[in-house]
Design a protein around this ligand. Structure first.
Ligand code: ADP
Ligand code: MG
Length: 397
């Protein structure tokens, strides 16, 4: 994984220029269309404020939901986003419906003003990364800025094709911060580099396990993933969640990297998968045939705490137990606190991982929390992110 070099919005002169920001304003909404969490809108404000403050003529767009292409639908309209954005910016925000071909709204856009352009996935050719669509959009702008890390793993017209054909293409502050943090953690990490890959299934994270095993000094496994590794090393897991057909893959990783992957030595077990099930700490050798492993045990926690305290860099994805049930959350809580207390630079990401970080109140002690679920995981897999690759290709121009 090489260092990532992209042009940054902060390096681009935007005064009096037409600037187009592809943001990620894909917020969750309730059935009535009300925004239930505006984190993504607030996260996009620094880039928007920067351009407005420097006198740019600003256009902002985003996807929202999964609308049918070439067809407007009220349910997927950015209208609620326009309202929230206008409250946060304390200024009116115009929402433009059919914007690809320009029009009076575009002719009249003034320096320091902003127009929100409707859901870019309404446009035919957006999802298929259509170059003709991108060329039409490029006519609207002088500067293209991608600030949507959450969709960086998708090649679509506003994330990829437009980056290739726009006069200038750069990364916004949110995207740049993600790339800086990920590069710091994986391209030139302070050692030892310790990764925690946990959660429910090996199958969804097999590529990540393989990629990270080659790169890190220690690969900590937890959750259902650890159960498959326990099986692979000849241990007992009773009727725990595991993927026996992937035990061979797990064994291959263990054999190829001796000593790198500490397999749990004890566990917190229960007889049923329930919040009120009775937790029992057991050595792996004592796990009974009718036991479910729902968390890592205290001896395992102590070993992992030692490794995390000495780490230079920590990458964390996946809770190590069923932390949704308090009786089986001690392992995940201890890992979260050990990462928070460690002098290491830490980076965490993943839907349930973020929920665990919030639950245990350690968010402000993580080095960086990734906003992009799928994009974060694909980065860990070592896959190039198309939106970033397109910006890299334009870094010189
Ligand atoms: P993320 O969303 O952070 O990438 P995952 O979705 O891979 O994480 O995994 C999170 C889920 O894994 C949680 O719902 C948690 O309850 C479950 N899990 C963790 N450990 C176990 C276990 N031992 N048995 C069953 N489920 C587990
Ligand atoms: Mg998840």
């Amino acid at each position: 994984m090489n260092a990532i070099r992209v042009k940054r919005l902060s390096e681009v002169d935007v005064a009096d220029r037409r600037v187009f920001i592809r943001a990620d304003l894909n917020v969750p909404q309730d059935d009535a269309g009300r925004i239930t969490d505006d984190t993504r809108i607030r996260a996009s404000l620094p880039g928007i404020r920067d351009v407005l403050g420097r006198g740019g003529k600003l256009m902002v767009t985003s996807h929202l939901g999964r609308p049918k292409e070439d067809q407007f639908s009220e349910a997927d309209s950015l209208a609620p986003v326009a309202v929230r954005l206008s409250e946060l910016l304390e200024r009116p925000v115009e929402l433009v419906r059919d914007w690809v071909g320009g029009g009076p709204w575009h002719d009249h856009l003034k320096a320091g003003q902003l127009a929100l352009l409707e859901n870019c996935r309404f446009n035919k050719g957006e999802k298929s990364d259509d170059e003709a669509l991108a060329r039409r959009m490029a006519k609207l702008l002088d500067v293209y800025c991608n600030d949507a890390f959450g969709t960086a793993h998708r090649a679509e017209a506003t994330t990829h094709a437009l980056a290739r054909v726009a006069p200038i293409a750069c990364a916004g502050p949110l995207l740049a911060a993600e790339l800086d943090a990920l590069t710091r953690a994986l391209s030139a990490p302070r050692r030892p580099l310790v990764a925690i890959v946990a959660g429910s299934k090996v199958s969804t994270k097999l590529t990540i396990l393989r990629t990270l095993a080659a790169r890190v000094d220690t690969l900590i496994v937890g959750g259902g993933i650890a159960n498959t590794f326990i099986l692979a090393s000849g241990g007992r897991i009773g009727k725990s969640l595991a993927e026996p057909d992937l035990a061979g893959e797990a064994k291959a990783i263990l054999d190829r990297y001796p000593g790198k992957v500490p397999v749990p030595v004890d566990a917190v077990c229960a007889k049923t998968f329930a919040a009120d099930a009775k937790p029992e700490v057991k050595a792996i050798a004592s796990v009974a045939d009718d036991d479910l492993i729902l968390d890592i045990g205290p001896r395992t926690v102590a070993i992992l705490q030692g490794l995390l305290a000495k780490a230079g860099t920590i990458v964390w994805n996946g809770p190590v137990g069923v932390f949704e049930f308090d009786a089986f959350g001690s392992g995940t809580r201890a890992i979260a606190e050990a990462i928070a207390a460690s002098p290491a630079f830490s980076i965490a990401g993943g839907g349930d991982t973020l929920a665990a970080i919030a639950k245990y109140g350690v968010a402000d002690r993580m080095g960086y929390i990734s906003t992009g679920g799928g994009a974060f995981l694909e980065f860990l897999e070592g896959r190039p992110l198309p939106a970033v690759t397109a910006l890299e290709a334009r870094a010189g121009g």
